[in-house]
Ligand binder design. Structure first.
Ligand code: FAD
Length: 418
């Protein structure tokens, strides 16, 4: 693999940048592999990378129906944090944050991880109680999170309006995770694809899985795709909003609902916004990209759908909230908006593990908040696919928890979980 370094940039520039290699091989599918990953988003690509790097399983293909990173990975607002309420969740997301911290070096690819701080605003007594509970629980779990007064919130994020006389929901304080932040979403997909490909993984684009084949005792033996039949004894499904559709090919039903979730960006402006701000109560979240666009996240639609396009009233509602929190943005124009399909579980925590079908594994249910987990999710899922057993970190995130009532109820804890 061609390595990126300051020296390489200068040397290539002297050669008019003509001989940069392709970042990864655009592979054609082989007849068989040791493992298949269905879905070329960040989680699927990370799984393939760690399968090759940590478990020596390199005869692997990532099958992607469109282009890699074209799903939710390339559509999200890139918020990274680990200050979830329950210990199981905090451990999982903290595992990811620790990997984010060294990811650019590990992949030799700049994923632009920027720990600029994520501040979650409290607007009523209930919010204050919930966020303070999070702060205490996180500290016990060794995860950084701190309570700020409204004035301290304003000092951390000067554009924030804390003048209670101008707001429906005044800012009463906030929880700040300083190590939280953002990363560049498509660079994450490309960085993992490049590093996995260099170790022998086939990245197969325009290859939709249309059926999962099973042998005599029900175990998986391969898949049918739009590019032919492929054999494999192990299959990991990481298809986000399309998980229910793919898993139904093996007669596995999951407690998932799929909803459109939208985001929008403004015209680019000079750096004005130093951190990430989230408000669950009036529902808006915002940061500024390195290009200068304000990156704004809205809520899910109230109804299930596979349209990748959300309702206009949802985006309008979010912009109302943004203008209330940051009145100086009222005159900015929005440049574009889009939607993704998120896969939501009843307790708003993911499912990562084995399924009732031997050889078939699933990683899904990340809902509105899985980007932040990408490296950790890939890391523990690779362990699960390689060994057939969950890593201790993903052991609680089984399908059976919905049968046994051992929920990890981040839905009740936070209402939203970006
Ligand atoms: C608007 C929006 C904002 C968000 N904001 C945040 C945020 O700020 N922070 C955060 O942490 N998370 C956020 N999320 C959630 C986050 O984007 C996802 O949880 C995460 O990216 C999921 O990654 P993935 O790799 O599992 O899925 P994806 O990137 O969607 O990858 C799944 C892939 O599977 C492929 N696929 C599906 N069916 C098949 C098939 N039959 N055959 C082959 N391939 C198939 C799809 O084409 C897709 O590329 C947001 C999501 C959206 C939509």
């Amino acid at each position: 693999m061609q390595r990126f370094s300051a020296y390489a940039v200068v040397r290539k520039a002297l050669g008019s940048n003509r001989d940069w290699q392709e970042q990864w091989r655009d592979a054609a599918p082989k007849k068989s592999y040791d493992a298949l990953i269905v879905g070329g988003g960040g989680h699927g690509l990370a799984t393939a990378y760690y399968l090759a790097k940590e478990h020596g399983i390199r005869n692997v293909a990532v099958l992607e129906k469109g282009w890699i990173g074209g799903g939710n990975t390339g559509r999200n607002t890139t918020i990274i944090r680990s200050n979830y309420l329950f210990e199981e969740s905090a451990r999982l997301y903290e595992h990811a944050v620790k990997l984010w911290e060294g990811l650019s070096q590990d992949l030799n690819y700049n994923v632009m991880y920027s720990p600029r701080g994520v501040m979650m605003l409290a607007h009523n007594v209930h919010d204050i109680q919930v966020f303070k509970r999070h702060v205490h629980a996180n500290r016990l779990a060794g995860v950084d999170n701190e309570w700020l007064t409204a004035e301290e919130c304003k000092a951390y994020c000067p554009p924030l309006n804390i003048d209670a006389s101008t707001m429906r929901y005044p800012v009463l304080g906030g929880a700040l995770q300083r190590r939280g932040g953002t990363a560049r979403h498509d660079a994450v997909a490309w960085g993992y694809a490049r590093a996995a490909s260099a170790m022998g993984v086939d990245i197969v684009q325009n290859c939709e899985v249309t059926a999962i084949r099973r042998g005599g005792n029900g175990q998986v033996v391969g898949v049918e795709t739009t590019r032919g039949s492929i054999d494999a004894p192990r299959i990991g499904v990481v298809a986000a909003g399309a998980t229910s559709v793919v898993m139904s090919m093996a007669d596995v039903r999951l407690p998932l609902e799929s909803y459109p979730l939208q985001a929008l960006v403004s015209e680019p402006v000079k750096p004005v916004f130093p951190c990430v701000v989230m408000s669950n109560t009036i529902h808006a979240y915002i940061s500024q990209s390195d290009k200068g666009e304000l990156v704004i996240g809205a809520g899910t639609d109230a109804y299930t759908s596979y349209t990748q396009r959300g309702g206009l009233h949802i985006a309008n509602h979010t912009l109302d909230a943004i203008c209330e929190l940051f009145p100086q943005f009222r005159r900015m124009r929005m440049l574009r908006s889009w939607g993704g399909i998120v896969d939501v579980t009843p307790d708003r925590s993911p499912i990562i593990g084995k399924t009732p079908v031997p050889g078939l594994f699933v990683n899904c249910g990340w809902g509105t908040g899985g980007f932040k987990a990408t490296p950790g999710s890939g890391h523990v899922f690779a362990h699960t696919v390689a060994t057939g057993e969950p890593h201790p970190i993903n052991a609680p995130f089984t399908i059976e928890r919905f049968r046994d009532g051992v929920l990890i109820d981040e839905a009740a804890a936070a209402a939203v979980a970006h």
